[in-house]
Design a protein around this ligand. Sequence first.
Ligand code: APR
Ligand code: ZN
Ligand code: ZN
Length: 382
Amino acid sequence: MDQAKFSEDTAGKVITCRAAIAWTTNAPMSVEEVEVDPPKAGEVRIKVISSGICGSDNHALDGTFKVPLPVILGHEGAGVVESIGEGVSSVKPGDKVLMICVPQCRKCDSCLHAKGNCCLKEDIFSPVGLMLDGTSRFTCRGRKVYNFVGTSTFTEYTVMHEISVAKIDAAAPLEKVCLFSCAFPTGYGAALNTAQVTPGSTCVVFGLGGVGSAVVLGCKAAGAARIIGIDLNEGKFARAKALGVTDCLNPRNFKKPIQQVVMEMTGVGADFTFEVIGTIETMVAALESCNQSYGVCVIIGVAPAKSQLSFDPAKLLSDRTLKGCLLGEYKTRDCIPLLVDDYMKKKIDVDPLVTHKLPFIKINEGFELLRSGKCIRCILLF
Ligand code: APR
Ligand code: ZN
Ligand code: ZN
């Protein structure tokens, strides 16, 4: 495609295209025409090429993750820059980019801190669904439509802030690398950056979905000797073992709590445990499954709105560490393109996480695959 010409034709104009609108929770989204405004200063309009469907999109659709409605969901996208707003300097029309829900403004306290990655410009913890100027770029049937965590990838075109757009290798296959916008760095970074898994260690991964599978890849890359995978869906076990899980457990097959089973299997508890489901019960089980002294438990799952985690504080007094992480603690625009480079060099592989591909218009089928546990990651192609 002649990208420069393509951009000239549409730059500065409203684009009418198809998007999946979630009008309410707990109902299928409807694919319909939307108007996408041109990008304002500091913004980028992107032609979406692919998007994964993540557990967090499903949490938003089932109402456990509260977001303003109507909304265009999706936050695991890859695409091509169509046009840019005033002052945008890090990308230009035709660039291949990832659409990442954690921005990196490079100016705030978190971005300037050596370890911080939770940019203060994020719209994740109490989403308002609007651009930083308080307005929306999407209209459907005359109604304003909200964005989702600054990304909105379930649309043929979206508008994002430059600070959330990461330029990647021009040779990267856009129909595959969308997983680098969420699932892969979230899980892989939780193992490598947050837990800092050590060679020869024992790890436990609660939840063997898309993100949990990426945790497994990270534990394996760090040299873990034993990786115990826990899931209610035994259909996930064969693939998990192929990725590096050494023992698979279904909590329903035991009369005692799963943390007790892990304690007995390991003798002393695991070195590192990861919660990648998003329930309070499994968070407590993950904490109680790690060694009471040197064990590290990392929370990655998104718990239902307003829920509270409660456990006996003595679990920490003994020296355990409880941590959480957002997008694997990567400084997103700086580090995630480097992960794509490693993928291009075949140093890391995300392809085994992709079990299904569907045309965008079959998005509701994709959600059904996720909910039924039949897929690890389903990628929508536009
Ligand atoms: N015990 C064990 N496994 C469970 C339980 C449970 N109580 N409940 C669900 N699971 C399993 C599911 O069978 C599924 O395999 O957890 C897995 C969750 O995976 P996905 O639905 O594919 O979700 P994923 O995209 O991996 O996200 C997992 O991380 O980023 C967050 O918001 C996301 O909270 C979500 C979590
Ligand atoms: Zn996600
Ligand atoms: Zn910042």
